[in-house]
Design a protein around this ligand. Sequence first.
Ligand SMILES: Nc1nc2c(c(CN[C@H]3C=C[C@H](O)[C@@H]3O)cn2[C@@H]2O[C@H](COP(=O)(O)O)[C@@H](O)[C@H]2O)c(=O)[nH]1
Length: 341
Amino acid sequence: MEVFPSPLESAKFIADNSKDVSVDEEGVRRVAESLFDKALTAEFGLEGWKSLHELNPQSASKEAVAWVFLVDTLNFSFWSEREEQKYLVKYKGKTYSGYWSLCAAVNRALDDGIPITSAPYFATVTLDQVKHIFRSDTEVSIPLIEERHRVLNESGTVLLEKFGGSFLTCIKMSNGSAQKLLHLIVENFPSYRDEAVYEKKRVSFYKRAQILVADTWSVLEGKGDGCFEDISSLTIFADYRIPQVLVHLKAMKYSEELMKKLREGTIFQSGDKEEVEIRGCSIWCCALICKHLLELYEKKGQDMRDKINAVLLDYYLWDYAREHREEMKDIPFHQVRSIYY
Ligand SMILES: Nc1nc2c(c(CN[C@H]3C=C[C@H](O)[C@@H]3O)cn2[C@@H]2O[C@H](COP(=O)(O)O)[C@@H](O)[C@H]2O)c(=O)[nH]1
């Protein structure tokens, strides 16, 4: 059995050695306090995954699980070099950008009778078919279209060869363990192996693998095959929006030098020191926010461990970032073209 570095241990190691990114303890405390009342609302709960997002599947069927697997296999790199020229998809009268444009394109294909979520289809889908399915309603195409085609064929082939063509089989093999499912995903689907080397040590983030476990938990409403007793062992998902919102909320800080590079629009490479520090410190910062939030409730005699975890904190912060895009525009996000997030 291969050894996988733990994203949480990786994050602590990165945060302890980071030069250009730091977690602000006082800021973390303030964010935890500001979330105290929120933690009890529907916005923070597992139900929000369906009730707040019309493009997400509303059922807990095998087809809904297949939808989650397909979307999280393609859940990466939606940012555009110029804000005014973006990939957009119109669906049922609404125009969607970023991650939601991916979901809109998938739902549009399904409505057109294209079985995009079925493994025999996406294992052999052609590049031209992928270009048609993810066609844009602007001049700007979806980024990394060739890589998307490659990971679709790769993931579909693995699903067919190892799991009878169904991700639900993979979920059942995890026997209700989030960590087991995480390892099955990283072990069998190469495009999910989101790792780096930092200060000569192998570190992991497993952003798409962890969000796939989390979205599986959400779409199955934490019940049946989706009841993971260790769901709280997952970390937040180190994308390019969570770091932005943590800096905006002053729970995390960038050095002057890094801020200058970000403001100049530097394109980093996957695995660069700055990128690893941004992602690792984001995971560690959110682990501390969760810890403080649980302690605040403990002081009031309330054990909130089944209502507060990194998954729900992540979903809340990610939705917050989308709703506060305007206020956050002076905080740059780090630009990397990568299939990992
Ligand atoms: N940390 C974290 N990263 C997330 C998500 C999601 C979608 N999850 C939604 C689905 C159900 C839940 O209720 C969530 O609302 C996408 N991403 C990442 O964001 C980036 C896209 O950003 P923008 O360009 O602004 O759309 C890109 O790296 C993408 O991989 C999340 O939840 N957490």
